[in-house]
Write a protein that binds this ligand. Structure first.
Ligand SMILES: *Cc1c(COP(=O)(O)O)cnc(C)c1O
Length: 367
């Protein structure tokens, strides 16, 4: 006889990461096509070889403090070190927040389609996700009025990805303020800015104005360190003690801490990444528009395309045959079966995507 697992696990789906096939061009997980800064690699190799990383010892508080300090300076003048918390990726920070705020039967609001982890974390914590459909006719904007009216006394968290994965759009500041102010002290508004570096603006300073806002950032996307798992939250100071109670001790490892510090110190490399991505995002968007009926404007390092009348799984399979992996968005709740998401790659990679699609799908348009 097996020991029964929690009944509620039946409701939870495994997280399905973008596929990885050896030798293929992987444009399915929004990673940095340039990889991390060479300075980061040099720093790690140097310290490892010099025996300075002491991998037999738990991560040092002093190094954690240094990273939090560097992050606060990087994020903005109004953010203090005490506002910065770390986690094993944004995923780790989100998990801690869900366990801080969600008790059995509590609810969280999620505008969909969006990053699927939010709903899993809410369910795992014993809560109920409630979904509000983004406005598909208008670049998937957040339906502010619907969201506010869906908020009730059980609502503890509201997850807003901005830029949103997979749609690429940001929520305008006046709209997020309307949400924050109307839910007030009832619910925490979690703004996930995993793609902030590629966007024109950030909402991070709202943390200094409101007590019910937390902003998530990561080293996985623009900094090219997805494999090391390090992310952070900018949270109001009152929340820090609850965070320390609930977060796993030592959730960010010694190597990741050093790498993140080194990455922040190479701002030139970050600028190079962001410039490349913005330039190539324009190229990819423009060229995909020659193929598909709608390609959404993006403030992130990926582009969403509506491939109808084709189905996303057909386009996904056709590209896979040519050695290119994109994201079939049918796994995103509320996305339907005609969207693909393509990570912005190098010019060579982006050209290959366009070449593989043009001709094949540009002719299949039935209008
Ligand atoms: C990629 C992604 C994350 C995960 O970030 P990690 O720091 O690697 O855990 C979080 N949120 C969104 C919206 C993402 O797209």
């Amino acid at each position: 006889m097996r020991v029964p697992v929690r009944a509620s696990l039946q409701e939870i789906e495994e997280y399905k990461p973008g596929k990885l096939v050896k030798g293929a061009i992987k444009l399915s997980s929004n990673e940095n096509p340039l990889g991390p800064s060479p300075e980061v690699i040099r720093e790690l190799v140097k310290r490892l070889e010099a025996g300075e990383l002491n991998l037999n010892v738990y991560p040092w508080e002093k190094d954690v403090e240094e990273l939090r300090d560097e992050i606060s300076r990087y994020v903005g003048a109004r953010i203090e070190k005490d506002n910065v918390v770390l986690g094993a990726g944004v995923d780790g920070v989100l998990d801690t927040l869900a366990r801080i705020f969600i008790a059995n039967g509590d609810e969280a609001l999620i505008p969909i389609p969006t990053f699927s982890l939010y709903e899993s974390l809410v369910k795992i914590a014993g809560g109920m996700p409630r979904y509000v459909k983004r406005k598909s006719g208008e670049n998937f904007d957040v339906p502010v009025k619907d969201l506010i009216s869906a908020c009730n006394e059980k609502t503890k968290l509201i997850f807003i990805s901005s830029p949103n994965n997979p749609t690429g759009n940001c929520i305008p500041e006046d709209e997020i303020r309307e949400i924050i102010e109307s839910v007030d002290s009832r619910a925490m508004v979690v703004i996930d800015e995993a793609y902030a570096e590629f966007a024109d603006s950030s909402l991070v300073n709202l943390v200094t104005e409101y007590e019910n806002v937390a902003v998530m950032r990561t080293f996985s996307k623009a900094f090219g360190l997805a494999g090391l798992r390090v992310g952070y939250g900018i949270i109001p100071e009152w929340l820090a003690s609850a965070y320390k109670k609930v977060a796993m001790p030592f959730s960010v490892n010694s190597i990741a801490i050093k790498a993140a510090i080194a990455a922040l110190r190479d701002q030139a490399y970050l600028r190079k990444t962001v410039e490349l991505v913005k330039h190539e995002r324009a190229f990819l968007t423009e060229n995909l528009r020659r193929v598909f009926k709608k390609v959404y404007p993006s403030e992130a390092n990926f582009v969403l395309a509506d491939v109808s009348p084709a189905k996303s799984r057909e386009v996904y399979a056709a590209l896979m045959k040519r050695g290119i992996i994109v994201r079939d968005c049918s796994s995103f709740r509320g996305a339907g079966d005609s969207f693909i998401r393509v990570t912005v790659g190098t010019r060579e990679q982006n050209e290959k995507v366009v070449e593989a699609l043009i001709g094949k799908y540009s002719h299949s348009k039935k209008y």
